[in-house]
Design a protein around this ligand. Structure first.
Ligand SMILES: Cc1ncc(COP(=O)(O)O)c(C=O)c1O
Length: 480
């Protein structure tokens, strides 16, 4: 396999504002290490030659040489004879990459996900008992067990979107669903509208499919830039739009009914397929409005083509890898046909377990709501107490609060936090080209005591990067 080559210009935009007041070689090494640790520079990527990078960043070649040297001795770079330096992660003794320099009691807030629902273990036991019934006829299942497809379809129907089981494809989580859709619907050079910030692994799937991304801004308090969205459709004639209209990850924003309608009509005019990711859509805490009941996005009378992606990953447990796609029958057939080079089907036992859990889903989600409310309220209190200059939006649901730091220090902050035993995803992880340095995603999916300890560590890191002493920039919500 050939290593991916990162040009000096691309690396410069990934680096963003990398200078952090220290020696240039240390600051640059720190920023590169963070980009590798959080996956924005994937392992195996070939970095630019020293001379090329030095010229691009207007630093001396000695600075870059010393930066690369530091990374090499810490295990973050490997020099390949004749092919430059490749990104690496130092290996953990048990084979897991040691992302940074974490202490043994490290708190990992990089995933905004909830612990396993207590209903899962009994459901898995019941599923195991059913296995003999299915073992004869079902092994490699690329479509989904009929009774699970039926249960998912029935749930859509009950939620206001009439659905037949053959419009459902069961997948290995929502990420698999998005990757599959990207592969089938996007060809090299196609435009794909995405939100900025967005869910990074979806963005990656579209980039890997060769898409040219058309980002449209979403803010925690202002929601979607409606004009920009409209223009993105009209000016770029996109093949696909990937959107999270309910409890968008990471901002927590939701689209109003009028915005949905306008978006769908714009998509219909351009013939753009709208891929709505509803993985987090049912994590409603206290959404305002007449009726907070979740209604899946549907084309209605707009003429748009809508494909819905869902999952139990955020409601029940991410360790149970089951998601689904709701699409018209012909697309379902194309997706099934495209699957075989990626995977040979969704595990039967997990499908049986999720089929057992479907009747309990409302009850599970109701309990999640209580947990999320408690954590959200505490996060708001803690952040207001510790970080009076931060802009902390009030979210009505979803997984996280997208906090405005008032300064472009998200990478520096998360890098420093690692050394105090807290791992978080820096703002730029949710964008491209180093954007969102002024933002930090703080998950609300963890228990209150974990969040309390995490905020103390974050505060120590904030003091260490000098955040409290720097001037606050204008309203974070207007800055990208
Ligand atoms: C918006 C969004 N979509 C999809 C996924 C992937 O979900 P799954 O675990 O079902 O693959 C996630 C998980 O973080 C997510 O936040």
């Amino acid at each position: 396999m050939t290593a991916r080559r990162l040009g000096a210009a691309s690396l410069e935009s990934l680096l963003g504002e990398w200078r952090n007041g220290g020696a240039a070689n240390e600051d640059l090494a720190d920023r590169l290490r963070l980009l590798m640790v959080d996956g924005r520079i994937p392992v195996g990527t070939r970095l630019p030659a020293e001379r090329e990078l030095a010229a691009r960043l207007s630093v001396s070649r000695t600075t870059v040489a010393s930066t690369y040297g530091r990374l090499r001795s810490a295990g973050y770079l490997a020099s390949q004879q004749g092919s430059g330096s490749e990104a690496r992660l130092p290996q953990h003794p048990f084979g897991r990459p040691a992302a940074g320099m974490e202490a043994p009691d490290t708190i990992d807030l990089t995933k905004a996900a909830m612990p396993c629902a207590p209903q899962v273990a009994p459901a898995v036991l019941r599923a195991a008992e059913q296995l003999p019934l299915f073992a004869a006829d079902w092994d490699y299942d690329a479509v989904g067990l009929p009774h699970l497809r039926q249960a998912i379809a029935d749930r859509y129907t009950a939620q206001g979107l009439p659905t037949e089981p053959d419009e459902i494809l069961v997948t290995i989580g929502a990420q698999h669903a998005i990757g599959l859709l990207a592969r089938v619907l996007v060809s090299r050079g196609d435009r794909v509208v995405i939100e900025a910030p967005t869910y990074p692994h979806a963005q990656r799937a579209f980039i890997e499919a060769g898409a040219r991304l058309v980002p449209v801004s979403v803010t925690a308090d202002g929601g979607w830039d409606a004009e920009a969205l409209q223009h993105a459709f009209e000016r770029t004639n996109p093949q696909l739009a990937y959107l999270m209209p309910d409890f968008h990850n990471p901002t927590g924003a939701s689209m109003s009914a009028a915005e949905r309608d306008r978006m769908l009509r714009a998509a219909a005019r351009q013939g753009t397929t709208v891929l709505v990711d509803e993985t987090t859509a049912e994590l409603d805490i206290d959404r305002d409005g007449v009726d907070s009941r979740f209604v899946p996005v549907s084309a209605g009378d707009t003429g748009a083509t809508v494909v819905n992606v869902g999952s139990i990953g955020k409601t029940v447990w991410g360790g149970l890898r089951i998601g689904w796609i709701r699409a018209d029958r012909s697309l379902v057939a194309r997706l099934v046909a495209a699957r075989s080079s990626l995977d040979l089907g969704t595990p039967i036992l997990e499908q049986l377990a999720v089929a057992e859990l479907m009747p309990e889903l409302d009850e599970i989600i109701a309990a999640r709501r209580v947990q999320l409310r408690r954590s959200r309220d505490r996060v708001e209190e803690l952040l207001a107490g510790r970080f009076p200059t931060w802009q902390v939006p009030h979210v009505a649901g979803g997984l996280a609060v997208w906090v405005g730091l008032g300064q472009p220090v998200s990478s520096a902050l998360t890098l420093t936090a690692r050394t105090s035993g807290l791992v978080m995803a820096a703002g730029p992880w949710f964008g491209s080209d180093g954007a969102f340095e002024r933002f930090l995603r703080v998950p609300i999916t963890y228990p209150v005591d974990t969040l309390e300890r995490a905020v103390e560590r974050l505060h120590a890191a904030w003091l260490a990067v000098g955040g409290a002493r720097r001037p606050v920039m204008p309203s974070a919500s207007t800055l990208v």
